[in-house]
Design a protein around this ligand. Structure first.
Ligand SMILES: CC(=O)SCCNC(=O)CCNC(=O)[C@H](O)C(C)(C)COP(=O)(O)OP(=O)(O)OC[C@H]1O[C@@H](n2cnc3c(N)ncnc32)[C@H](O)[C@@H]1OP(=O)(O)O
Ligand SMILES: O=CC(=O)O
Ligand SMILES: [Mg+2]
Length: 368
């Protein structure tokens, strides 16, 4: 066991000091692109400033014989793209190959010296437990020291194995570098042997059915039409992930939604995650960026209400009636979460700032 004091000492001589708090940088969409795909790579410069995070993906979805192209492409993009990473308007992340793959060591030893000063976060797939984070933590410290980096690269884990889910709290607390977790529904479904064939989203077979109506004699009318309600396959895992992240002061994200054409169901899945506490999601196709930006930004109506509650609650204690509803210290805290998020987003998104600035509030409260 490491002492709590050791936790904030660098893991290699000369490595930057670990961060004590994970910065709350907006990351509504983590947009995946294959840096070795010339068409996608060509779009990256114009995407800077339009998306919170651009992630050069080196793992699944990149063919084995294109791994080196992807890695080299990412080095080029990191070195040449203005405004990407290192405090620019769009963060630069990468997803490295799995820790048991033949590519991961070269991913890390190539990327950190070449673009470590631009890289904000390294996403690690298929994390099983704290030992995986400890491995990445130490090797990043060694590489950072060698490269003379002044700021530590943060680490993000994908929750996509049953063991990872079972160990989710220890993964979140394994290193001060831990920035957050994403749900990996495709690999997780396979690892759990779920009987699905999709990349995220719901399933029509996972449902509850309305009770049968009763006849006059009290018997169930089993042949009557009954409404069914599709359920969210991912509710349990997202809820666990959100609690583990909140407990450790790091950030939870939904992952991929593979049905690119179904923008409506995509928006629903993203919104469920937002309401449960996630701060963002992955975007696999340019058209998913706008959906993520919309869903993971509080609505004007929510901010109007939140500001009214904040104003009505004065010193933040006691209870008031607002529009016929009781508000108190606890609802105020929820409203403050929304107001703070709106302020962070307004600072980077002029269109949202304009919308939030234009909100007018009135005072319609009564003392309880
Ligand atoms: C389970 C997991 O691990 S999920 C994470 C791994 N998966 C990924 O990262 C997938 C990333 N996305 C993709 O590979 C692609 O979007 C696909 C395969 C889903 C669809 O690609 P396409 O069929 O080419 O889509 P489409 O024809 O609509 O693309 C339109 C344009 O956008 C480009 N484009 C597509 N996806 C992206 C992207 N993610 N980033 C940048 N540009 C993109 C295409 O190259 C194309 O460019 P062009 O107009 O110059 O020809
Ligand atoms: O990597 C993501 C997943 O769903 O698997
Ligand atoms: Mg995966």
């Amino acid at each position: 066991m490491r002492s709590a004091k050791d936790f904030f000492a660098p893991l290699a001589v000369g490595a930057p000091a670990p961060v004590r708090e994970i910065p709350a940088r907006p990351s509504r969409a983590i947009h995946f692109f294959d840096p070795g795909n010339p068409k996608m790579a060509a779009k990256v410069p114009d995407m800077v400033g339009t998306v919170d995070v651009l992630l050069g993906n080196l793992e699944d979805a990149v063919k084995a014989d294109k791994k080196v192209d992807a890695r080299e492409g990412l080095v080029r993009i990191g070195q040449e793209t203005e405004g990407l990473g290192a405090g620019g308007p769009t963060q630069l992340w990468t997803r490295i190959n799995a820790l048991d793959s033949p590519w991961v060591l070269d991913d890390l030893t190539t990327l950190v010296p070449a673009i470590g000063h631009k890289l904000d976060v390294v996403m690690v797939p298929k994390v099983q437990g704290a030992e995986d984070i400890h491995y990445v933590d130490r090797i990043l410290a060694q590489l950072e020291a060698k490269a003379g980096l002044e700021r530590p690269i943060l680490v993000h884990a994908i929750l996509e194995t049953a063991r990872g889910v079972a160990n989710v709290e220890e993964i979140c607390g394994a290193s001060p570098r831990m920035q957050g977790l994403s749900l990996g529904p495709a690999d997780l479904a396979a690892d759990r042997r779920m009987k699905t064939t999709r990349v995220g989203g719901g399933h029509p077979g996972y449902l509850v059915r309305q009770d049968p109506p009763r006849g006059e004699d009290g018997t169930s009318q089993l042949d009557a039409q009954r409404t069914t309600y599709q359920q969210d396959l991912w509710h349990y895992t997202i809820a666990r992930m959100v609690d583990a992240c909140a407990m450790h002061g790091i950030y939870p994200y939904y992952g991929p939604f593979g049905d690119i054409a179904d923008v409506v169901a995509c928006e629903d899945q993203f919104r469920n995650a937002f309401l449960l506490g996630c701060v963002g999601t992955w975007s696999l196709h340019p058209k998913q960026i706008a959906i993520a930006n919309r869903v993971f930004s509080p609505s004007v109506e929510d901010i109007r209400h939140a500001r009214r509650v904040v104003a009505a609650m004065g010193d933040g204690t006691g209870a008031v009636m607002l529009d016929g509803k009781m508000e108190d210290d606890a609802s105020l805290k929820q409203c403050l979460v929304m107001v703070e998020l709106a302020e962070q987003l307004a600072a980077i998104d002029p269109e949202l700032k304009q919308q939030y600035d234009a909100i007018e509030t009135d005072d319609a409260t009564t003392e309880a």
